[in-house]
Design a protein around this ligand. Structure first.
Ligand SMILES: [Zn+2]
Length: 150
């Protein structure tokens, strides 16, 4: 009798407390779970662009603890950020390229994705393609930014 009560208690602790805590907090180690660390990605705050901590990690993973919700989320991932990321104002980025304009919405070459921030020549120095269309508008906007004089 005593051992079955102990078994039940351990089962309840594992199922409803320890495993959800581990799963919910896994991305809180500076935005990286073990899997994210291995894959070179991390979870960042959209406003600060800095890796998230445990509170935000728990918030973005909370929805996945609803039974069957991971399956629903898996089918919606192709549409972009999942609900938990929108709720926690976070996104998953490739760590080594997280400041590249392709992820920040900045100016990149339409052909080769070369970073064109601050370009003055009007063409891509990497592949030679002329800057045109939406990129030309962004470049014009960029040059309108006030320049601080020392
Ligand atoms: Zn290019």
């Amino acid at each position: 009798m005593g051992s079955s009560v102990l078994f039940l208690l351990i089962n309840i602790l594992l199922s409803y407390i320890f495993l959800p805590m581990i799963f919910g907090l896994k991305d809180g180690f500076a935005g990286k779970s073990l899997g994210k660390l291995i894959c070179g990605v991390e979870v960042i705050d959209i406003d600060t662009q800095k890796p998230i901590g445990f509170a935000r990690a728990f918030k973005r993973n909370l929805v996945l603890m609803i039974p069957l919700m991971p399956i629903v989320v898996a089918f919606t991932l192709a549409k972009g950020r999942r609900f938990g990321d929108k709720w926690a104002n976070t996104k998953v980025v490739l760590r080594k390229a997280r400041n590249h304009p392709i992820f920040t919405g900045g100016l990149v070459c339409e052909r080769c994705q070369y970073n064109l921030t601050g370009n003055t020549s009007g063409s891509c120095p990497e592949c030679g393609r002329a800057i045109s269309g939406q990129n030309l508008n962004k470049l014009t906007e960029e040059s309108k930014d006030p320049v601080e004089l020392v």
